[in-house]
Design a protein around this ligand. Structure first.
Ligand code: THG
Length: 369
């Protein structure tokens, strides 16, 4: 395929790390929240996959933007936007929260950081949550301030991330619990660091507000990370599909609800909290879902998916594949598909036609194990 570059402009925002990653073997970008998000580095997809699973990578994920909601009605607004019960949430903790509209359609799936009761960050996936939040705040006359602060996340991911981060910040950083965060100093800059990240290989996310210190930290991680074989990286298609880390806009969007996407454990319908779409979700729970996100194993050794691929049984459409990749661990293609009722049962065989050839897929649970 002929390579065509994407034209740069102000509204396709760079990150503070852009000039660095472009000198470090970056090979492709995607866009995310109107920003450049690295999508590939030198080496084959399998090489970067094994590197992430064995060593440590530093990722420019500044495109995971923060929507800051502060003020005396901040907690009420954040709760209004999510079906997850945040009434017992604590300062210094992260919460993975589906955000839905009045019809229970998914607006986004951010990590919500409770900085304190009156200050929250929604670390968003690729949709304009700030506009939705502002609209709700205006309609509800909430006393809140809603902004997109200059926060540029750098993630440190992989099994050796703990040793690398300990070398920089000391033993204390290894005491952070999964989805906990705290503040750590580096050369005069203070950084919010969470134990989180869009891989299941372990690691941290550094929410850089002090850019000067953050860039020095970026360089320092590569300097002292040599013994851990540190490399630049980015969210990884194989790793994230195997780990069932879902991608907003790819695997689900506004036309899907949290129960269809397997977000059941982040849906709280039994408490008395108030959130948009609650009534609708209760109805859906009572009636049952009409489609479901499933894993699909396909007997293929390669696939390239840039739009949904229809799947069928006896030539009748029963759903679509939304993400897919060849997994060197499972030795076949693994995919995430939205499958219609009543076909969304584990073990069901489906047909997938690619280039006029029919392949068989078998439905399974996600994560793939
Ligand atoms: N980090 C930060 N912001 C983000 C992402 C991130 N914003 C966009 C996008 N990624 C949001 N999506 C996810 C999806 C899954 C997880 C995090 C962000 C995740 N899930 C854990 C899991 O599936 O095991 C745990 C969730 C839980 O049970 O609490 O980590 O990556 N800053």
């Amino acid at each position: 395929m002929k390579l065509i570059s994407i034209a740069r402009a102000k509204r396709l925002r760079s990150t503070p790390y852009t000039s660095r990653i472009e000198k470090q073997g970056l090979t492709s970008y995607t866009t995310y929240n109107h920003m450049l998000l690295p999508a590939g580095f030198e080496g084959t997809l399998e090489e970067t996959y094994y590197h992430l699973k064995e060593h440590v990578q530093v990722w420019d994920v500044a495109a995971e933007r923060q929507v800051e909601i502060s003020g005396e009605d901040a907690a009420e607004l954040v709760q209004l936007m999510t079906c997850r019960d945040l009434s017992k949430s604590k300062d210094g903790r992260c919460y993975y929260c589906p955000i839905i509209d009045d019809n229970a359609g998914l607006i986004n799936d951010p990590i919500v950081l409770r900085i304190n009761k009156d200050k929250w960050w929604l670390s968003i996936a690729d949709s304009d949550v700030i506009l939705f939040a502002k609209g709700l705040a205006i309609g509800k006359n909430y006393r809140v301030n809603i902004t997109e602060p200059n926060v540029d996340i750098m993630a440190v991911q992989g099994p050796k991330s703990f040793a690398l981060m300990e070398k920089v910040f000391g033993k204390e950083i290894t005491d952070l619990k999964f989805f906990g965060f705290d503040y750590f100093e580096f050369r005069g800059g203070k950084h919010l660091i969470a134990r989180s990240g869009w891989s299941k290989q372990g690691g941290y996310e550094i929410y850089v507000e002090d850019t000067k210190s953050g860039l020095e930290l970026y360089d320092y991680l590569f300097e002292i990370g040599k013994e851990f074989n540190v490399k630049p990286g980015c969210p990884h298609l194989i790793e994230r599909i195997e780990s069932a880390l879902l991608s907003y806009g790819n695997d689900f969007d506004l036309n899907d609800n949290p129960l269809e996407c397997g977000f059941d454990k982040y849906v709280n319908l039994d408490s008395d909290i108030e959130f948009l779409g609650k009534q609708k979700l209760i109805e859906i729970q009572n009636d049952g879902i009409s489609k479901k996100l499933m894993g699909v194993k396909i007997d293929l050794d390669q696939i390239s998916l840039s739009q949904a691929i229809e799947v069928s049984i006896d030539s009748k459409r029963v759903g679509e594949l939304r993400s897919a990749v060849y997994s060197p661990t499972f030795n076949h293609v693994i995919a995430i598909g939205m499958i219609d009722k009543p076909h969304f049962e584990v073990g069901t065989k489906i047909d997938i036609i690619i280039d006029n050839v029919t392949h068989t897929g078998t439905l399974c649970n996600i994560p793939f194990v």
